[in-house]
Design a protein around this ligand. Structure first.
Ligand code: ADP
Length: 617
C-alpha cells in the first residue's frame, strides 16, 4: 500500500533532467542568442535597485550626521535634495526600463513557442504516437502560456535573486567594517532561519498532494450527496450513513493533517522569533558596546542597525526566490526535455535521395506493432511499388491499410523488415527529402485558413499561379473557383474569415486533387479521402485521380472494393497479412475472400442502400 502510494507520487512528479542552475544558464544562453536586450535590462535593473537601496540606507544616517556636525542649513538641504533627487532619478530609470523589458521577454517567449511548435511539426512521426512524447509536449506548454508562465516569469525571479544576493553582500560588506564577528553571527542566524524555512517549504511540498486528494474526496462526497441522479440510489440502498461516515473520515484526516501543519508553522514562527531576537540582541549589544567604548556616532549606529535589518530581510527573500526558481526550473526542464526528445529518424544527417528518372519502393518482410501495444498490425508484408504502378490496398476497416501507407511514405518505420527506396533502406535517407516524394490525401485533411491558391500550392507566396490554375482545371474545379468574387484569391475557412468560401465534400476533394497535382511528386497516396462520399462518387474521383496521374506511382486505399478495381495490382489485407494479391479479374476468378467481399458489397450497393455500409464492413 505504502509502496503504491510512493509510486503514484513518483509518477506525478518525475524528476527533472536539468537543475535550476542548468536551466537558468539555458535561459541566459537562449536570451544571448535571440534577445540580448533581456540581459542588458536585467543587469541594469539589478545595478539600479541595489544603488537605490544603498541610497535609502544612507539617507537618514547622512542627514543625522549633517545635523550632528551642525552643517549650515543650505548644506543640510542640499544633502537631503541630493539623496532624494538621485533616488527619484533611479526610480524613473527603473520604471522606464521595466516598460521595455516586457517586450523583449515576450519576444523571447514567442521564440520558445516557435521552437516548441517546430519540434511538434518536425519530429519523427512515430514520436507523435508515444504517450511520453505527447505528455512532454503538453507539459512543455506550461512554460509558455502567458506572462506569468515560467519561460517569461523566470526573468523576474533571476533578477530578484541577483538583487537580493548583491544587496545582502553589500550589507555584509558594510557590517564587516564594524566587526567581522558581527557578520558571522548574522550569517549563522540567517542560515538557521534559512534551514527552518526550507524545512517548512519541504513539508508543504510533501503534503500538497495529500491535501488536494482529501479536498477532492470531500467535494466528491458532497457532490454525490447533492446530485439528483444518484439521489435514488442513496435512498434505495440507504447510502446516506455510509456517505456520512466516508465524509467524516476524510474530514478527520484533513483536520489531523492541518493540526500537524499548524504545529510545523508554529515551530517555524517561534524559531524565527528567537533567531530575530538573538540577531537583533547581539547586534544591539555589539553596537552599544561600540558607542560606549569607541564613541560610535548616532548616524553610524543607525546605518549599521538598518544594515542588520535589511540583510536579514534579504536573506529570507532569497529562500522564497529559490523556491520560485525551482518551480520555473521544473517547467523549463520539461520544455528542454521535449525539445531534446530523441529523434529515431534521420533528417539533415541522412543521405540525400538518389536522383533518378524512376523510383522503386520495396517493402521487405515488413511487420509493424504500434508503440505501447503488443499486437502486430501488419505481419511479413512484401511489396514493390514502381513509378507508374497503380496499386490498390483493400480490406475491411482496421485491416491495417492506413498503417501500410504510413510505412510506404516513411511516416512509420517497420518494427521488423525494411522499406527500401531504389535499394537503400529509408532509415539511412534524409526523411524530409523522402517525404517530398509523396503527395498524399488522407481521410482527415486540412484546408488552411488561406486562399485557394495558397492551399493548392501549399505556399504563402512565390507560387506559380498558372500552374495552380492548370491543376485546378485538371481537377475540374475551375468553373466553381472562377465564379467566386475573389477567384483564386478566395479565402477558405469560415471560422476564421466571415467572407470565406464554403466548399462541398466533392469540391473539397477536387481541391485536394489539385493540391496533389501541384506537388507533382513521383508517388501519390490516397487513403480513403473519399470515405465520406457515396461509393459512386468515390469511384468517380478515384478514376479521375488515376487518369491525372498516369506517370506516377499511386496507391489507392479503400474498404469499398469496387472503387479500386481498375488498378493493375490489388492486395487484400486481412488479419494483418496480405491474404490475396492480383488484378481484379484474377482475384475474382480465384473465388476467395476478395470475391466473397466484392460479391457481398456489390449486392448491397445494387440494393441501393449505403446507410449501413459500415456495419457490413
Ligand atoms: P485501416 O486503415 O485498414 O482501417 P489502420 O491501419 O488504421 O486500419 O489500423 C489498423 C489497426 O491498428 C487497428 O486495429 C487500429 O486500432 C490500430 N491502430 C491504429 N493506430 C494506432 C495507434 N496509434 N496505436 C495503436 N493502435 C493503432
Amino acid at each position: 500500500m505504502e509502496d503504491t502510494k510512493k509510486k503514484r507520487k513518483k509518477e506525478k512528479q518525475p524528476k527533472p533532467k536539468y537543475n535550476a542552475l542548468q536551466n537558468s544558464l539555458y535561459m541566459i544562453r537562449l536570451a544571448w542568442k535571440h534577445e540580448r536586450s533581456i540581459l542588458f535590462h536585467a543587469v541594469t535593473a539589478v545595478i539600479l535597485y541595489v544603488t537605490s537601496e544603498l541610497i535609502d540606507l544612507y539617507l537618514a544616517p547622512s542627514v543625522i550626521s549633517a545635523v550632528e556636525s551642525k552643517v549650515p542649513l543650505k548644506t543640510l538641504i542640499l544633502t537631503i535634495a541630493a539623496f532624494v533627487g538621485s533616488s527619484l532619478v533611479l526610480q524613473a530609470i527603473r520604471s522606464y526600463i521595466s516598460g521595455f523589458q516586457g517586450y523583449s521577454r515576450i519576444t523571447l517567449r514567442s521564440v520558445m513557442v516557435a521552437l516548441r511548435n517546430e519540434k511538434a511539426c518536425d519530429t519523427s512521426y512515430i514520436n507523435r504516437l508515444k504517450t511520453d512524447f505527447q505528455d512532454k509536449m503538453n507539459r512543455s506548454g506550461w512554460s509558455l502560456g502567458n506572462n506569468r508562465a515560467s519561460g517569461e516569469a523566470i526573468w523576474n525571479t533571476l533578477v530578484s535573486l541577483l538583487q537580493q544576493f548583491l544587496g545582502l553582500m553589500s550589507m555584509y560588506a558594510i557590517l564587516s567594517l564594524v566587526d567581522v564577528r558581527l557578520v558571522v553571527i548574522i550569517i549563522i542566524c540567517a542560515t538557521l532561519s534559512f534551514c527552518v524555512d526550507k524545512w517548512v517549504y519541504a513539508y508543504e511540498d510533501r503534503h500538497r498532494d495529500e491535501f488536494s486528494a482529501l479536498n477532492q474526496k470531500l467535494s466528491y462526497i458532497g457532490w454525490i450527496e447533492r446530485d439528483h441522479i444518484i439521489a435514488k440510489d442513496v435512498r434505495i440502498f440507504g447510502l446516506a450513513n455510509w456517505l456520512e461516515e466516508l465524509y467524516h473520515r476524510a474530514f478527520g484526516a484533513m483536520l489531523s493533517l492541518r493540526r500537524k501543519q499548524n504545529l510545523v508553522f508554529f515551530i517555524s514562527d517561534m524559531t524565527g522569533l528567537v533567531l530575530t531576537f538573538l540577531r537583533n540582541g547581539l547586534a544591539y549589544a555589539f553596537l552599544i558596546k561600540l558607542v560606549l567604548d569607541d564613541g560610535l556616532s548616532a548616524s553610524l549606529f543607525l546605518l549599521y542597525f538598518n544594515a542588520v535589518g535589511k540583510s536579514a530581510w534579504w536573506a529570507r527573500s532569497i529562500l522564497s526566490s529559490f523556491n520560485e526558481l525551482d518551480r520555473h526550473s521544473r517547467n523549463i526542464s520539461v520544455y528542454r526535455e521535449f525539445l531534446e526528445y530523441d529523434e529515431p529518424y534521420k533528417f539533415e544527417n541522412g543521405d540525400p535521395i538518389p536522383s533518378a528518372e524512376s523510383h522503386t519502393i520495396t517493402l521487405e518482410n515488413v511487420s509493424f506493432t504500434y508503440p505501447e501495444s503488443d499486437v502486430p498490425v501488419l505481419k511479413n508484408i512484401d511489396l514493390t511499388l514502381k513509378t507508374g504502378d497503380k496499386l490498390a490496398v483493400v480490406g475491411l476497416n482496421g485491416a491495417g491499410k492506413t498503417t501500410l501507407i504510413k510505412m510506404i511514405s516513411g511516416l512509420l518505420d517497420p518494427t521488423e523488415g525494411r522499406v527500401l527506396l531504389d535499394g537503400t533502406d529509408i532509415r539511412e535517407l534524409n526523411r524530409r527529402e523522402y517525404y517530398k516524394m509523396f503527395s498524399a490525401v488522407f481521410q482527415s485533411f486540412t484546408l488552411l485558413p488561406q486562399t485557394v491558391a495558397q492551399n493548392v500550392s501549399q505556399a504563402l507566396d512565390g507560387y506559380d499561379i498558372d500552374r495552380v490554375k492548370d491543376c485546378i482545371a485538371k481537377a475540374g474545379l475551375s468553373e466553381k473557383i472562377e465564379s467566386l468574387p475573389n477567384g483564386y484569391e478566395t479565402l477558405l475557412n469560415r471560422e476564421m474569415y466571415e467572407d470565406a468560401a464554403e466548399f462541398s465534400g466533392g469540391e473539397t476533394q477536387r481541391l485536394m486533387l489539385a493540391r496533389a497535382l501541384y506537388k507533382d511528386s513521383p508517388f501519390l497516396l490516397l487513403d480513403e479521402p473519399t470515405a465520406a462520399l457515396d461509393p459512386i462518387a468515390e469511384s468517380d474521383i478515384y478514376q479521375k485521380y488515376n487518369s491525372m496521374t498516369e506517370s506516377k506511382g499511386a496507391v489507392f486505399i479503400s474498404h469499398r472494393l469496387a472503387s479500386t478495381r481498375f488498378c493493375d495490382s490489388i492486395i487484400l489485407l486481412d488479419n494483418n497479412v496480405v491474404l490475396e494479391r492480383g488484378s481484379h479479374d484474377e482475384l475474382m476468378a480465384k473465388r476467395g475472400r476478395y470475391f466473397e467481399l466484392f460479391s457481398v458489397q456489390s449486392k448491397y450497393y445494387s440494393e441501393g442502400s449505403v446507410k449501413d455500409e459500415k456495419e457490413e464492413s
